[in-house]
Write a protein that binds this ligand. Structure first.
Ligand SMILES: *[C@@H]1O[C@H](CO)[C@@H](O)[C@H](O)[C@H]1NC(C)=O
Ligand SMILES: *[C@@H]1O[C@H](CO)[C@@H](O)[C@H](O)[C@H]1NC(C)=O
Ligand SMILES: *[C@@H]1O[C@H](CO)[C@@H](O)[C@H](O)[C@H]1NC(C)=O
Ligand SMILES: *[C@@H]1O[C@H](CO)[C@@H](O)[C@H](O)[C@H]1NC(C)=O
Ligand SMILES: [Ca+2]
Ligand SMILES: [Ca+2]
Ligand SMILES: [Ca+2]
Length: 531
């Protein structure tokens, strides 16, 4: 582990700066990096590399720590902070902490850290070099193949972008035309609707007037009949005694229907026809019930009365149904009409049709006007639908061209694409530049783990990562979010999903779009073949 991390460090930082010399056999210079040989001159006193002190050269590598920075003991483990240089001939020279020198474990691939121990280290530098080379070549091959695909994506992106632009211009022209057409259609619609509304209004008003007349007549008939019924002694007056028989008019059902209560309805001891019409009828018409004929002469017990009334009502309902069936051809049957009529029928026969609310059929002229207006409306709606459709297309195109698909459009293949990743418990679905979801495999509701937010790679490689934020809130926690990291691959595919911190998901995604031209080109660079 230690070795490989140093290898990496040196690969990155000083691949070209390390000069390899073939024959450093001076044990005094053991562990000294080649680049620092000029500082270690046996004929001179040694100055610690940090300048803290100067010591005789014999103190270098004498297994006693003299310099604060450990620079006098590169070849021993005397200084805790010393650094030993493995020459690693055939591979890459590396620095290791000097406490690893002579610890019985081979840390340098050339075994030079164990020169004093009895351990014989196998020199693995050659194999390491082979392995590293193979790995690097594989990586280069991958990037090479990926870059070919990436270039195709970029080429397609250029074409798509141009097509999109052309289409956008076309659509915007179409939209202007259609909006102009729509304006015309709207005017036509309004023009057609004016006479239509007038005719409909006229028709409605006429019908309402007729209905009002019909209702007034019905009311008068009811009222007249009720007065005649009530005036049992035919003296053209309704007296307290006459009304008192109608106990159904008693509003508080606790006590009897007293003379006082009846007087308060009549407003006097008796009322004539006109007074009845103006002051009494409205008060009692809803509750009033005709007394059965026998009840006038002989008092009857309550049960009989109830039974008679019930039979009477039933008969009325039946009659009502018959009459409704009979009028079906003239009026559209509807529920409210039927209910209203039945209700009225409980008070008086003549009330049957006063709440009939069905508007009669329009006359031919009105029908023609409605037809014309309908036609104008349909034409308007048709154009309006087209306008909506074009606007939606324009929005889609604009949305697509607004997406940041990389400097050269290398991520353009992601537009409107979704990718699934199957895991044991969940399917993770990422819809690029839109959202990411976690879908339970055993059923249950899917959870949005983030909505497209931004590219969030480091400043020198912004397109390395993307962020999906503001997902569904965790129970008792923050909103879910997802970071996608891209790496070079031949296909677009998710290769790993994790939740390293609660509610913060991490996805690793392979795509040719992330392949690197410089790595691909490096394979033909001869300098890299040597160590
Ligand atoms: C080394 O340093 C000592 C005293 O610190 C001095 O006497 C000696 O001359 C120096 N030797 C060299 C080679 O400079
Ligand atoms: C060196 O390699 C041989 C066989 O290849 C192995 O038996 C031996 O243990 C190795 N020595 C060390 C120190 O790893
Ligand atoms: C009142 O007149 C009606 C018919 O007009 C009649 O049937 C009834 O018997 C008369 N009642 C009395 C009490 O005269
Ligand atoms: C009853 O009174 C109304 C006014 O409230 C009136 O229009 C109607 O003609 C009167 N009916 C009779 C039959 O007098
Ligand atoms: Ca020393
Ligand atoms: Ca060691
Ligand atoms: Ca009377």
């Amino acid at each position: 582990m230690m070795l490989s991390s140093y290898v990496t460090f040196l690969l990155i930082s000083s691949l070209f700066t390390i000069i390899f010399c073939g024959n450093i056999e001076h044990t005094v210079l053991r562990g000294v990096p080649t680049s620092l040989h000029s500082k270690y001159v046996p004929s001179k006193n040694f100055s610690c590399l940090d300048g803290s002190s100067t010591i005789p050269f014999e103190f270098v590598n004498d297994d006693y720590c003299d310099c604060r920075d450990g620079s006098d003991e590169p070849g021993t483990s005397a200084c805790p902070n010393g650094q030993f240089f493995c020459e690693n001939k055939g591979y890459i020279g590396t620095l290791i902490p000097s406490h690893l020198v002579g610890d019985g474990v081979c840390d340098c691939c050339d075994g030079s850290d164990e020169y004093e121990t009895t351990i014989v280290c196998n020199n693995t530098c050659f194999e390491l070099a082979q392995k590293t080379k193979a790995e690097r070549e594989a990586k280069q091959a991958l990037h090479e193949a990926g870059v070919i695909k990436k270039k195709e994506i970029i080429a397609t992106s250029v074409v798509t972008k141009a097509t999109r632009q052309t289409r956008l211009i076309e659509l915007e022209q179409d939209l202007r035309k259609l909006e102009y057409e729509l304006k015309g259609k709207e005017e036509l619609k309004q023009q057609a609707e004016i006479p239509e509304n007038e005719a409909k209004g006229k028709h409605q008003k006429l019908w309402e007037e007729q209905r009002a007349v019909r209702e007034a007549i019905a009311r008068d008939n009811q009222m007249r009949e009720m007065f005649a019924d009530l005036d049992t002694n035919n003296d053209s007056l309704v007296s307290i005694e006459e009304l008192q028989k109608h106990t159904e008019l008693d509003t508080d059902h606790e006590n009897e229907f007293t003379a006082e209560e009846v007087r308060s309805i009549l407003g006097a001891d008796s009322v004539n026809f006109d007074e009845f019409n103006v002051t009494v009828f409205e008060q009692i018409s809803n509750s009033y019930q005709k007394l059965p004929q026998i009840s006038i002469e002989t008092p009857v017990n309550q049960d009989d009365l109830a039974a008679t009334t019930e039979a009477h009502l039933k008969q009325e309902e039946e009659e009502e149904e018959e009459s409704a069936a009979a009028t079906e051809g003239d009026y559209e049957e509807d529920l409210s009409h039927h209910e209203a009529s039945t209700h009225v029928a409980t008070s008086l026969d003549h009330g049957k049709h006063i709440h009939d609310d069905t508007v009669p059929e329009y006359d031919d002229e009105t029908k023609r006007l409605i037809e014309t207006a309908d036609h104008a409306r349909n034409e308007y709606n048709e154009v309006e639908r087209k306008v909506h459709d074009i606007k939606r297309q324009i929005d889609d195109l604009k949305r697509q061209s607004d997406v940041d698909v990389g400097i050269h459009g290398e991520y353009s293949a992601f537009i409107d694409q979704c990718y699934d990743y199957e895991e044991r418990e969940y399917t993770y679905r990422i819809c690029m530049f839109k959202d990411a979801k976690q879908i339970p495999k055993g059923g249950g509701s899917e959870v949005t783990i983030g909505y497209w937010d931004s590219w969030c790679g480091p400043t020198d490689n912004k397109y390395l990562r993307m962020k999906y934020a503001n997902g569904a809130t965790c129970w008792n926690g923050p909103a879910r979010s997802l970071t996608v990291t891209f790496r070079c691959g031949i296909e677009h595919k998710t290769v790993d999903v994790r939740e390293p911190t609660r509610c913060e998901y991490a996805m690793l995604f392979e795509t040719p779009s992330a392949c690197d031209e410089t790595i691909a080109i490096a394979s033909v660079h001869p300098d890299h073949e040597e160590f």
